[in-house]
Structure formats: structure tokens, C-alpha cells
Write a protein that binds this ligand. Structure first.
Ligand code: NAD
Length: 468
């Protein structure tokens, strides 16, 4: 049984109470996490506030170096944190699992370290000089989900630190341990108070909600569900916090009639089932032209059958369980309903514990709950269409707008369809491939603002224009 402390002001801090974290593959207790009180949160925010003047006035080169050192630390501890992540999250060590997540965390940290925040000269003539400066905000509050906990923590923390802010992060109650450990190792290369972590079971105190109203937090960066993101936005109004909200998605994929079913099967599979479907920008609905819908479905099922699902700690597993009971129950409900409306081609019923077999259901009407709601699990609905205009209309008939994809060998035709999709990212012949130099974010109810690249970094700054 593993025990971790919070890191506040550079010190290990225990809470008066702890809560147990369970392994979704076995149900066993992995370890215990501190269960923070509101007073613990205040201590963490005070530490971050006290560290801000020093960190924000540290030279740009030194901050860059510290961020690069974080990337190196993550690399050094990658295997250790990957194992912890597998134990609490369930994702396999292999495949697109924990080792992949740690590789991503390191890559994002390294790239973010290299970004620049130059002063922009807007005017320099005999009328005067006008410069646009970017200033850090102060204390940034980061609230993260349980699906890619370490990578998302890095997505929040690195641009905040790179641009001179200090941070208090609060991970999900389902996956606090890998974040506690990652923050601990990152603190080895940071001044005390620059990066702090508090963990909570969300019951003793709702720390996330308290962060959203905290007077000394200047910005919230939140990744999680739409329902919680809306609450954060409402709560943040009173203190006029800056917000980056990365929320839910119900991404559509559209397969055009000239696609080769065998050539696209693998890409479709990973687009939908990466991390057992527990990925914000996974493909959650698949629209296929009626002329090839059976062939595409068969090719997808044939590929899916060969992907081993099991305990993530087993080196042979490529997919793992659903992370928690709440999510497992949601997937079970949506699949049970879909099974009465469509044709189950694979899976279709809950497995043991939190394992839900890869499920593919065809012939579904577009109004089935599995199509309309975000399943966030290993179940993909396939909907046939006759006219591409109908496919585009159904894809866009959603409150969400995170990602989308179009599948065809005719790239120009695919791009023309892609341009009409209402989403923040759109891919051709793949789905969900993100990279640190390309801004990522949702439109409509999938969120506000973007992460990654220069645009992502700028969200951690205020503008100050200097007229001289
Ligand atoms: P969630 O909204 O239940 O929890 C997210 C975080 O918010 C957790 O840390 C939780 O403790 C905290 N929280 C709970 N109540 C709060 C409150 N009142 N105020 C502030 N914070 C509060 O989401 P989840 O189940 O952990 O994550 C799954 C969801 O996240 C899915 O909808 C998925 O699409 C989304 N997601 C989006 C992205 C993206 O980049 N757009 C990435 C990953 C996950």
C-alpha cells in the first residue's frame, strides 16, 4: 500500500484524513491520498501566492531551463510513474497506455519549455513606440480528470510555469497518486511554492468548487465533464477569473463512400478505443455510407477481436478496464439501451468487475442514447447514411464540438467535408492525433480557449500595452 503526501510550499504535507485509491482492474486498494480540507487549500494557494513575485521576476531563460529540467525529471521517473498510473487508472503499461502517456508528458513539457513570449512592437515611428507585453496572471488553479491524469496535469502546469505563474493543482479523486508523485519529482527542480498539489475525495470538501471561487486564484484551467465545467464558469464570474475549459466531446467520424474498409479499420479502431474509449477526443459516433457500412463494420470487428484487454500491469494487455464504477454504469446503461435498437456486432454486455468488452453496435438510429450522449468508454455506435449532407447534419447536431474526422482517399473531398464540421480539431483518415505545437480546444459546449502551442501559452498571460 502506497502513501503519498501533498506538496505545499515545497514541503511534504499530510492531511488529517486520507482516502483510499482502488485499482480498477482488481478492486484492490493501491494506496491512500491526503483528503484535503479547505484550510489545506488555503495553505496551498497562500504558498503559490507567496512564490509568485519571485517566480514571475525570474529571468525568462531560467524559467525555460526549469521547464526543460521538469521534462528531464519526468523522463527519469517515467517507468515508476507509469506503473503507478496503471495501478490507479487501469490503463495498460503497453500500447497507448501508461508508458505512452509518460512519453507524451515528457514531450509536451520539453516543447512547452522551448516556447517564447517575445515583446511585440506594434508601432515604432515618430509618433511613438507601442509595445505589447505578456505578463503572468498570478496563481493558476488546475483541475484535472482521471482519464489521462499525468499528461493533462503537464498540459496545465507547464504553460502556466513557463509564462511565470505559480500553480495549485487538484487531480481527480480516482487518480490522485500519479499526480502527487509527479508534482513531488517536479519540485526537485523548482523553488518552493511554485507548484503545489492538493488531493481530495470531493466529499470531505469540494476542493475544485472552492478553487473556482477562491479570491487569490487568478485563473482556472479545467479539464473534465461539461456539467462540472459549467459550474466552474458560473463560480468564476465573481472573481473574474481567466478560464480555459476543456470539456466533454461527442466526436463524429464520417466515412465517405470511396473509403477502403480494410485500409481504415485500424485507424478507426484506435480513434474510438484508445484508452478503452476514455478519451475526450475519441471518436464516439461513426457515420458510414450505406454502400460500405457492412464492410467497414466487419473490418473493424475483425481488427478489434485481436486486441487483448486485461489487467494493465500485465505486459500483454493493450486495453484496460473502465476506470470507475460511475463511468462503468454509464457505459452499461447506454449499451443496454443500444442493444435493443441496433445490431450488436461485438461485445454488448458488461464483463467482470470494471472490464467492459470492446463493443460495436451497428444499424442504430441517430437518436439512440449511445449516439447522443458521451459514452466515454469502449462502445462505438455505427450509423449508416445515404447522403453526405445528412452525415454532416447529424455530426453537427450536437451541443459538443471537440473533434471530428473524415475518412476517404480523396483528401480534397475529405477536407471539404471537414471544413463544414463544427469542431475545434478535424482529422483526415485518423482521429484524435494531437501534438504540442497545434492548439487544441473545443467549440460550442466543449469548452472555452485552447491548450498547446503559442496560442495555449498566451492564455496564461495578461496583455499590457506600453506606449512610450
Ligand atoms: P468531472 O467533471 O467529473 O471531474 C473533473 C474534475 O473536476 C475532477 O478533478 C473533480 O474532482 C473536479 N470537480 C468535481 N466537482 C467540481 C466542482 N463543483 N467544481 C470544480 N471542480 C470539480 O470529469 P471526469 O469524469 O473526471 O472526466 C471525464 C470528462 O472529462 C469527460 O466528459 C471527458 O470528455 C472530459 N475530458 C475532456 C478533455 C478535453 O481536453 N476536452 C480531456 C479529458 C477529459
Amino acid at each position: 500500500m502506497l502513501d503519498f503526501a501533498m506538496t505545499i510550499g515545497g514541503k511534504h504535507v499530510a492531511a488529517a484524513q486520507t482516502f483510499a485509491v482502488h485499482n480498477p482492474a482488481t478492486g484492490a486498494v493501491v494506496g491512500s491520498a491526503p483528503n484535503a480540507t479547505l484550510a489545506d487549500l488555503d495553505r496551498a494557494v497562500a504558498a503559490a501566492k507567496a512564490a509568485f513575485p519571485g517566480w514571475s521576476s525570474t529571468s525568462d531563460a531560467a524559467r525555460k531551463e526549469a521547464c526543460a529540467a521538469i521534462a528531464a525529471k519526468l523522463g527519469e521517473h517515467a517507468e515508476e510513474i507509469a506503473r503507478l498510473l496503471t495501478l490507479e487508472q487501469g490503463k495498460p503499461l503497453n500500447g497507448l497506455g501508461s508508458r505512452f502517456e509518460m512519453g507524451g508528458a515528457q514531450a509536451w513539457a520539453g516543447f512547452t519549455a522551448s516556447l517564447e513570449l517575445p515583446v511585440k512592437v506594434l508601432q515604432d515611428n515618430d509618433q511613438g513606440r507601442v509595445e505589447l507585453h505578456r505578463k503572468p496572471l498570478g496563481v493558476v488553479g488546475s483541475i484535472t480528470p482521471w482519464n489521462w491524469p499525468v499528461m493533462i496535469a503537464i498540459w496545465h502546469i507547464l504553460p502556466a510555469l513557463r509564462s511565470g505563474n505559480t500553480v495549485v493543482i487538484k487531480p481527480s479523486p480516482f487518480t490522485p497518486l500519479s499526480t502527487l508523485r509527479a508534482v513531488e519529482v517536479m519540485n526537485e527542480v523548482l523553488p518552493p511554492g511554485v507548484l503545489n498539489v492538493v488531493t481530495s475525495d470531493d466529499q470531505l470538501a469540494n476542493i475544485g468548487a472552492a478553487m473556482a471561487v477562491h479570491p487569490d486564484i487568478r485563473k482556472i484551467v479545467f479539464t473534465g465533464s461539461c456539467a462540472t465545467g459549467e459550474k466552474v464558469m458560473m463560480s468564476a464570474a465573481a472573481t473574474m477569473k481567466r478560464l480555459t475549459l476543456e470539456m466533454g466531446g461527442n466526436d463524429a467520424g464520417i466515412v465517405l463512400p470511396d473509403a477502403d474498409p480494410h485500409a481504415i479499420a485500424e485507424g478507426l479502431f484506435w480513434g474510438a478505443f484508445i484508452n478503452s474509449g476514455q478519451t475526450c477526443a475519441a471518436m464516439k459516433r461513426l457515420y458510414v455510407h450505406h454502400s460500405i457500412v457492412d464492410e467497414v463494420s466487419t473490418a473493424l470487428v475483425d481488427f478489434a477481436r485481436n486486441i487483448p484487454m486485461g489487467d494493465g500491469a500485465d505486459e500483454g494487455s493493450i486495453l484496460g478496464p473502465v476506470n470507475n464504477k460511475r463511468q462503468f454504469d454509464k457505459v452499461s446503461r447506454l449499451v443496454a439501451d443500444a442493444a435493443t435498437k441496433g445490431r450488436v456486432l461485438l461485445g454488448g454486455a458488461p464483463g467482470k468487475g470494471l472490464f467492459f468488452p470492446v463493443t460495436i453496435i451497428a444499424d442504430l438510429p441517430n437518436d439512440a442514447a449511445l449516439v447522443q450522449e458521451e459514452q466515454f468508454g469502449p462502445a462505438l455506435p455505427i450509423i449508416g447514411y445515404h447522403d453526405v449532407e445528412d452525415a454532416i447534419r447529424m455530426a453537427n447536431a450536437s451541443e459538443n464540438g471537440l473533434g471530428g474526422s473524415v475518412w476517404s482517399p480523396d483528401i480534397a473531398a475529405a477536407c471539404a467535408v471537414a471544413a463544414r464540421m463544427e469542431c475545434g480539431s478535424v482529422w483526415i483518415n485518423k482521429h484524435g492525433a494531437i501534438q504540442p505545437n497545434a492548439p487544441f480546444g473545443g467549440v460550442k459546449k466543449s469548452g472555452i480557449g485552447v491548450e498547446f502551442g503559442e496560442e495555449g501559452l498566451l492564455e496564461y498571460t495578461d496583455i499590457q500595452v506600453v506606449f512610450s
